[in-house]
Write a protein that binds this ligand. Structure first.
Ligand code: ADE
Length: 425
């Protein structure tokens, strides 16, 4: 299908990039068998007929497959970027040109353009919002209360977005159902851990071409994303130090074999710093002051708040672009600090985000969460809802099947045993 572009509203870098985008989307599809099956079922059953949907996601080859599945299910869908630096312009072009999906996303867009796209998405008067970081939902609540009546519900897949939704719930402003996609085991066990683990290092390596073996890597935060990042950095031969504020996660890191230190003590030792905490100014003025000359700093948390770049700028005599997405800050002290991707998600700014094989399960969850919202329209209480465990299990079953892996089933004797409490020692 090629679309009559004059009939479609969109804002992308260049429709001529569609040929490359189409090819890359097809390639990603090889690793997304679960979402493909869901798309085929949606195409038959049309669960989203008459539904206006907004997806605020990183515009990648994987997100393309989600958007295509939703459209196949009958959704009137609009896609906007969830981060100014994560858009793959060729993918945006192919979605517009080859699939007729309105996309508003340009890699490198400024914050004003990003916010304009959020407004355009809300002008679509969505019944369902797939959010990634909760910017669309927060804007809806703050600026478009009159549209809440249109909404069936929202889905959210990032840890950061869930923390934000919980704050909305606490403040009494989350007056509609929101599905916590991040909570699904088939999401955070794989996407957050193995996806972030691999794609973060991929971003650092593509940006700097640095050897990781023998380097000291500081991983700030030992949630699922931090665990994956620390694990993969160690796998590449780095000496990994973890920083934490949560005592339980800190013990976990210690027992996983990592050194745990406060950032003030880790700062002079690190060659590479990766923040994955979801919180603000985890690396700040006093840490920059004691870093080694040439230390590399980046972030893999959702928002660009984890590194206090303002304070780094205030110490810099010069900021020089040294490689794509890589800036060297020459400090007044004579030392330099290198920042990748302007402190935004390094895996999406300097690489392509998580590989398709994990996004297959994350986006299967997103697609099924949207279907769950539509099927349960008007029945779900306002607030956060987990993905039903049967959906999670079904996604795992389909993934295993696609991987050609079989597992055992319980014998009748075992079923009886685990359901009874009478037999012990
Ligand atoms: N988040 C992390 N990696 C991603 C990807 N490849 N596509 C969309 N969202 C992502």
């Amino acid at each position: 299908m090629t679309v009559a572009l004059d009939k479609l509203k969109y804002e992308i870098k260049d429709p001529a990039l569609a040929t490359l985008g189409k090819q890359r989307i097809e390639w990603a599809g090889r690793e997304m068998p679960v979402l493909r099956q869901i798309r085929d079922r949606f195409a038959q059953e049309k669960p989203f007929a008459g539904i206006r949907l907004v997806a605020c996601c990183h515009v990648t080859t994987e997100t393309a497959h989600l958007a295509i599945a939703l459209k196949a299910g009958g959704a009137d869908a609009v896609l906007i970027a969830s981060n100014p630096l994560s858009t793959q312009d060729d993918v945006a072009a192919s979605l517009v040109v080859d699939h007729g999906i309105p996309v508003f996303a340009i890699k490198g867009e400024d914050n004003a353009t990003y916010n304009k796209h959020v407004q355009i998405a809300l002008d679509h008067r969505p019944n369902i919002i797939i959010d990634d970081g909760s910017d669309v939902v927060a804007t809806l609540i703050q600026e478009r209360q009159n549209q809440i009546a249109d909404l069936i519900g929202t889905t959210e897949e990032t840890t950061t977005g869930i923390v934000r939704l919980q704050a909305m719930l606490k403040d009494g402003v989350l007056t509609f159902p929101a599905v916590n996609v991040n909570d699904a085991d088939t999401k955070h066990f794989f996407d957050n851990r193995y996806g972030t683990g691999q794609s973060t290092l991929d971003g650092i390596v593509r940006a700097t071409n640095i050897l990781l073996a023998g380097k000291t890597v500081i991983v700030a935060g030992y949630g699922w994303c931090g665990k994956g990042t620390a694990l993969r950095a160690r796998g590449m031969g780095a000496n990994v130090i973890v920083t934490e504020i949560d005592p339980i996660k800190a013990i976990e890191a210690v027992m996983d074999g990592f050194r745990v230190l406060p950032m003030a003590e880790a700062a002079p030792q690190g060659d590479i710093f990766i923040t994955v905490t979801g919180n603000k100014h985890v690396i700040r003025s006093e840490h920059f002051d004691v870093m080694k000359d040439g230390a590399i700093v980046c972030n893999s948390g959702h928002f660009d708040i984890e590194i206090d770049l303002k304070s780094l700028k205030s110490k810099a005599a010069e900021v020089k672009n040294v490689r794509p997405f890589t800036e060297q800050y020459k400090l007044n002290s004579g030392k330099s600090v290198v920042v990748i991707g302007e402190g935004r998600l390094v895996n999406l700014a300097a690489a392509e985000g998580h590989p398709s094989a994990v996004m297959d399960m994350s986006f299967a969850n997103q697609a099924m969460a949207c279907e769950y919202l539509v099927k349960n329209k008007g029945k779900l209480a306002p607030g956060l809802h987990s993905i039903p465990v049967e959906v999670d299990q079904e996604i795992a079953r389909l993934k295993l099947q696609a991987m050609g892996i079989s597992v055992d089933t319980l014998t009748p004797e075992q079923v009886e045993y685990i359901n009874s409490w009478t037999s012990g020692t």
